[in-house]
Design a binder for this molecule. Structure first.
Ligand SMILES: [Zn+2]
Length: 204
C-alpha cells in the first residue's frame, strides 16, 4: 500500500551542513559543542569560554530565562497542543494523524523531533499520512522549548528542506524561533556535559 515514505528530523548533521559557516579545518570542535555546530565560531567560543570556567554555567542562565516547565504530560495532550498551533497557522496544510513523545529517537537517530509522511494510493488518489514524534526528554522542558520542536516539525508539512522558506514559516508560527532553537541547543549542551535535567522537578 505504501507508495513512498519520507522521514525527516531535526538532526545535528542536517544543521551542520545547512548553516555551518566555513571554519578552518584545523580547528576541531570539542565534542561537547556538537549541538552548536551550526552557529558562528564566535558564539561557540563564547559558550566554550563560559563552560571552561564552570561546567554548569549554562544552567542558571536557562533557568532564569525559563523558570517553569510546561504541563503537557501525555501523547493525547501533545496531539492537541500541536493541533492548536496548526489550526492557528497552517490550517490548509495536510492533516497530522499522530503526535507522540518518543523515548528512542534521540538516542538512536540523534533527533529531537521527527516528521514522517507516508504516501498511500487510495483508489485513484494519493493521500499522505503525517506523524510527528518528539523526543521524550521534551516532556520536561519549558513550554517555549516544546513549542520550538513542534513548530519545526509542523513546518515540514510545507517544506521538506531546511531552507529559507522553511525558517520563515517557523518564524511565522513562533517569532522567537531562532532564539528558542539556540536555547534548546544550549540546554542539550548542558545535559551532554553531564548536567542535570533542569525542569524535571516541576513535572511531579
Ligand atoms: Zn527538520
Amino acid at each position: 500500500m505504501a507508495a513512498a515514505a519520507a522521514v525527516h528530523g531535526i538532526s545535528t548533521e542536517a544543521l551542520l551542513t545547512a548553516r555551518r559557516p566555513s571554519l578552518c579545518p584545523v580547528i576541531t570542535m570539542p565534542a561537547e559543542l556538537t549541538y552548536l555546530g551550526a552557529y558562528p565560531a564566535t558564539l561557540q567560543e563564547q559558550v566554550l569560554g563560559l563552560l571552561r570556567e564552570d561546567r554548569r554555567a549554562l544552567a542558571p542562565l536557562l533557568q532564569r530565562r525559563y523558570p517553569q516547565a510546561h504541563g503537557v504530560r501525555t501523547d493525547k495532550a501533545l496531539y492537541h497542543y500541536a493541533q492548536e498551533i496548526k489550526n492557528r497557522h497552517l490550517r490548509n496544510a495536510d492533516a497530522v494523524n499522530k503526535v507522540v513523545f518518543d523515548s528512542k529517537i534521540h538516542v538512536v537517530r540523534h533527533a529531537l523531533g521527527l516528521h514522517t509522511s507516508i504516501s498511500r494510493v487510495q483508489g485513484n488518489r494519493l493521500t499522505a499520512k503525517h506523524e510527528i514524534r518528539v523526543a521524550a526528554m521534551f516532556k520536561q522542558v519549558p513550554d517555549e522549548f516544546l513549542r520550538m520542536i513542534v513548530v519545526h516539525e509542523l513546518a515540514h508539512l510545507r517544506e521538506k528542506q531546511h531552507n529559507k522558506a522553511f525558517y520563515q514559516l517557523c518564524e511565522h508560527m513562533e517569532p522567537r524561533y531562532h532564539q528558542l532553537e539556540l536555547d534548546v541547543r544550549l540546554y542539550l549542551t548542558h545535559v551532554e556535559l553531564g548536567g542535570e535535567r533542569l525542569w524535571a522537578a516541576d513535572s511531579a
